[in-house]
Unconditional design. Structure first.
Lengths: 345, 306
């Protein structure tokens, strides 16, 4: 009786979170011991660097914003059973198209400039998702492999325009495009770099959750994922649904890219993403593709990564220590859930 | 510089040298996938292999020690994939990405002190008298031990997979774990061995990359080679014999992009760097268009097509 209770708790969302956290802290503590530091000291410094004061907190929110959108961009295709790792490339291409729009369509100024720039960025992200989608629906080419490969192409295209045709001759330091005009920036809050993309992402998470759980369309995705044959018999078309979730996901990642570029960085730069697309993939898995749970998970991972710079100062360790922690977090979550699911089988 | 000069003046050896790290990774992943396991963590294994090999070579001045260290590091990291995929039955794609993230982080962390350090590495194995020969000399002058090892690993792994009892058992596990178990094999054990062997070879590939090919260490230096390898396994139709031409395709694309940069300053280097990825994706697409993927191990199709 008691063991049944323990088992059902362990399999609940809260139980999984608790066990995953315990596994992560164990792994992270082992790593800190390995590099000769006290785990307790390092974990408390990590927390301090992530959320210790107002500045740390807002920087964590800034880092979490593109991760949140990219996690949603991963979760949507995952509801159909597609494992897309393309958010990184879609983010770059969205930033590229959005920046191109601002640089070229100078006639569009005033209040129209911001929404049309965001739309251009979303269109860019969606366009970048189109190729792997068609490869999957027409030729059965595995979408995980194709999205991973074209990520590199999108990032290199951004590097190309930044060093080449769109380079701002007046820019000091690293090559970059011209600065975005004031009209083409999202609102910022708390006297910090926290911007409107954060609540836009949270609103999208809520809307996506409603659509996925409350509509016929969302139910169709569940059917096609869990029982493709039944879905087809019920008249659902896999290719149309795939196109919809992949393009919508691409648009969200594109939005993440153009919001980050226009508002946080202020101009397009090479390798600006800091792996937000891949962190978004991790967050979607942490939340098991549940759009509402993605929000706190995105903040958790964003805070962990944002703590990197602080750790360099507080603990004199390279900032990449948080990249190790991110990898360990993913391993802990997969291992915990794998073991729980295996027990359930 | 004419098109002919671009191809002849050392092009072949550059393609071969660029294909070398990829060949190790590709052969390793082919053997892993033959048992029905896909490992995207290859990218992270290349990175820890490259970093450990570079650190070892810098510390001891012996590139051979570097190769050994890289292979061990790659294998150690692949044990994480083995534990997650075989031990807890985690999703193979997600586990591979976790291993990649972990490998990226670990190599960046431990490699931060190696940035900018110089090493003594392999010299060409071709004697000066041969290297001075007119045509042949320019083709083989740059041969180093890792290139030779890569060329040798292809027939060795192919003969092992197709002609030995263990090779047969590995293939059987990839086709049908149930039948293999009925025939007395232990599918879980064989898959663990296959993942570890893939890790060993990709670590060796990473070592060849940093110690011999680029002769530097930089964060994230594998630049997608591991992911390209996962795609090229399909192009090579899970046959070790075909891994070499597939790797040469990537090597050729990379060598060509480097050649074009030196030949014509008008083409952007960054644009040309796209070439290997685009070429890999294009040839992968062509493989599917021509319906050549039916040779996939049945156990693997279940993972990839879902």
């Amino acid at each position: 009786m008691k063991s049944a209770f323990v088992s059902s708790f362990a399999h609940s969302a809260a139980g999984r979170l608790l066990l995953s956290t315990a596994a992560f802290i164990t792994l992270a503590a082992a790593f800190f011991l390995l590099i000769g530091r006290s785990p307790w000291e390092m974990l408390s410094l990590l927390a301090q660097a992530a959320v210790g004061d107002g500045f740390a907190l807002t920087e964590s929110l800034v880092r979490a914003t593109p991760i949140l959108l990219c996690a949603l961009a991963t979760a949507l295709p995952a509801r159909l059973g597609l494992i897309s790792v393309g958010a990184e490339g879609q983010l770059y291409f969205g930033a590229l198209v959005g920046t191109g729009f601002v640089l070229s369509a100078t006639a569009v100024a005033g209040p129209l400039q911001l929404p049309s720039m965001l739309l251009a960025g979303m269109a860019g992200g969606a366009a970048w998702a189109l190729v792997p989608t068609l490869l999957r629906t027409r030729l059965q080419i595995n979408e995980t492999i194709s999205t991973l490969l074209i990520n590199y192409v999108a990032a290199l295209l951004v590097t190309w325009v930044v060093y080449g045709p769109w380079k701002n001759p007046a820019s000091q330091g690293w090559p970059a495009t011209a600065e975005f005009p004031e009209n083409a920036r999202l609102a910022t809050y708390f006297d910090s770099r926290v911007h409107a993309g954060l609540w836009i992402g949270m609103a999208i998470a809520v809307v996506a959750h409603m659509i996925l759980t409350r509509t016929r369309w969302g139910l169709g995705l569940d059917v096609l994922r869990s029982n493709p044959r039944a879905g087809v018999l019920a008249g659902l078309r896999f290719d149309r649904h795939a196109l919809a979730v992949m393009l919508l996901g691409g648009a969200l990642a594109g939005l993440a890219g153009i919001a980050e570029t226009s508002t946080v960085q202020g101009r397009l730069q090479a390798s600006f993403s800091n792996g937000a697309g891949f962190s978004g993939f991790l967050v979607a898995w942490l939340a098991r593709n549940h759009c509402l749970r993605i929000v706190p998970m995105a903040f958790l991972v964003g805070a962990l990564l944002a703590a990197g710079d602080g750790m360099q100062m507080l603990a004199q360790v390279p900032s990449s220590v948080t990249l190790v922690a991110q990898g360990l977090l993913f391993v802990a979550v997969l291992g915990t859930n794998g073991m729980l699911d295996r027990g359930a089988r | 510089m004419t098109a002919f000069d671009i191809v002849t003046s050392g092009f072949l050896i550059s393609a071969l040298r660029s294909a070398t790290p990829l060949t190790f990774a590709l052969v390793g992943e082919t053997l892993t996938q033959r048992t029905g396991v896909i490992n995207l963590g290859l990218e992270g294994q290349l990175l820890v292999g490259a970093m450990c090999a570079y650190a070892m070579t810098a510390a001891w001045g012996n590139p051979w020690l570097g190769l050994v260290a890289g292979a061990i590091a790659g294998m150690a990291l692949s044990a994480v994939h083995a534990a997650l995929v075989v031990g807890t039955r985690a999703n193979q794609f997600a586990s591979g990405l976790a291993v990649w993230m972990l490998g990226f982080g670990l190599s960046a962390y431990y490699g931060s002190s190696l940035v900018g350090r110089k090493i003594e590495s392999f010299e060409s194995i071709v004697p000066k008298s041969v290297a001075d020969l007119p045509v042949l000399g320019s083709v083989i002058a740059g041969l180093t031990p890792t290139v030779v090892l890569a060329v040798l690993i292809v027939p060795v792994s192919a003969l092992w997979l197709w002609r030995t009892r263990t090779g047969l058992r590995w293939r059987a596990v990839g086709e049908s774990p149930e039948d293999a178990r009925a025939a007395g094999a232990n599918p879980s054990l064989i898959r663990i061995q296959a993942i570890l062997l893939g890790g060993l070879l990709s670590g060796l590939g990473g070592a060849a990359l940093s110690v011999d090919y680029t002769r530097t260490w930089a964060e994230g230096m594998s630049a997608g080679r591991g992911l390209v390898a996962v795609g090229l396994v399909i192009v090579a139709r899970w046959n070790p014999w075909w891994t070499f031409p597939a790797a040469l395709l990537f090597g050729g694309a990379e060598a060509l992009s480097l050649r074009l940069q030196t030949a014509d300053a008008n083409v952007s280097a960054h644009l040309l760097h796209c070439l290997p990825y685009v070429a890999s994706l294009a040839i992968l697409t062509l493989t599917y268009v021509r319906g050549r993927v039916s040779s996939a191990p049945a156990g693997l199709r279940a993972v990839m097509d879902r």
